[in-house]
Ligand binder design. Structure first.
Ligand code: C5P
Length: 290
């Protein structure tokens, strides 16, 4: 028995931190959108054990890997005594704020549950996903979503009118940002640490009303405060995107990816080419749709 799955990534169109919690996590309201850019996962039954292979040599393939842990938790929760071989072909960069690893974990849970005849309920999958990471529950569904709590409480939304036909230019500088570091360093920026609730819903309303420009102007990411100060190159990326007329230029998640939101794919393609000639081909630059 062999199954293949595409594993998508995401951008945060709003990531508004509302404060630090007693458990050390941060309370959020975030608007997350899936992006049509994929890693590929293949699952195959094996006699015993969990064997993970990966195209990316920098990723551990043992119990430190989120996919490995998702498999182990699925087998334990379902009581299934099977071995599994999993292959992960990476296209999405690591530590990039694009949720690549979280998407891999969510896709693994969905893929295995289907492969074994749906032994786990949606609720149980959601519990496992939350324990794997704050961003994993989002990837158990495929719509844009408002997420609250530490990001694990998901409210799925219908497709957002203003984004049909729009496109993204995604740029990754070749280095990653540690998510715990970004959150810890928010403490130096009280305004960014203690955001006013309501920004994410406001952007949803504008996107539902079809006003891409107004929505773009209201997009926001609290984590830019510490990350852009430490990595000024990312500030240059965002300034360039804005000069070139992007509806929004923002960092995704805790970085290091930035993105430009463009009205059409052709404009996004042109901007990607201009970006490459200005900043060089060492960066990872992709055009993607929603
Ligand atoms: O949940 P996840 O494993 O993705 O979180 C990684 C780290 O990011 C946490 O250990 C925490 O330091 C930080 N984080 C946070 N508040 C959130 C999400 C993540 O402080 N809402």
């Amino acid at each position: 028995m062999r199954a293949q799955r595409q594993s998508p990534c995401k951008v945060n169109l709003v990531l508004n931190v509302l404060g630090r919690r007693a458990d050390g996590f941060h309370e959020l309201e975030t608007l997350i959108h899936p992006v049509r850019l994929y890693d590929r996962l293949t699952f195959e039954r094996a006699p015993t054990g969990i064997e993970l292979t990966c195209s990316e040599p920098n990723l551990p393939t043992d119990s430190q890997n989120l996919v490995w842990r998702a498999v182990a938790m699925f087998l334990e929760a379902s009581g299934i005594k099977a071995g599994l071989r999993i292959d992960l072909q990476k296209e999405i960069p690591l530590s990039a704020g694009l949720g690549g690893g979280s998407g891999n974990a969510g896709t693994t849970l969905l893929g295995l549950n289907e492969m074994f005849g749906f032994p786990l309920s949606a609720e149980r999958l959601n519990q496992i996903a939350s324990s794997l990471g704050s961003d994993v529950p989002f990837f158990l569904q495929s719509n844009p979503a408002l997420a609250t709590g530490r990001g694990e409480r998901i409210q799925s939304l219908e497709p957002l009118a203003a984004l049909s036909g729009a496109a993204l230019v995604l740029a990754h500088p070749g280095f990653g940002v540690s998510t715990p570091w970004a959150y810890q360093n928010l403490a130096k920026y009280p305004a960014a640490l203690n955001g006013q609730a309501g920004r994410a819903r406001q952007v949803v309303s504008l996107l539902q009303a079809g006003d891409l420009r107004a929505a773009g102007a209201a997009m926001y990411n609290s984590l830019e405060a510490p990350v852009l100060e430490k990595f000024p190159l990312l500030k240059l990326f965002l300034e360039f995107f804005r000069e070139k007329g992007a509806c929004a230029a923002l960092m995704s998640g805790s970085g290091s990816s930035t993105f430009a939101l463009m009205e059409h794919q052709v404009a996004a393609q042109e901007l990607a080419e201009e970006f490459k000639s200005k900043f060089g081909s060492a960066n990872w630059v992709k055009v993607a749709t929603f």
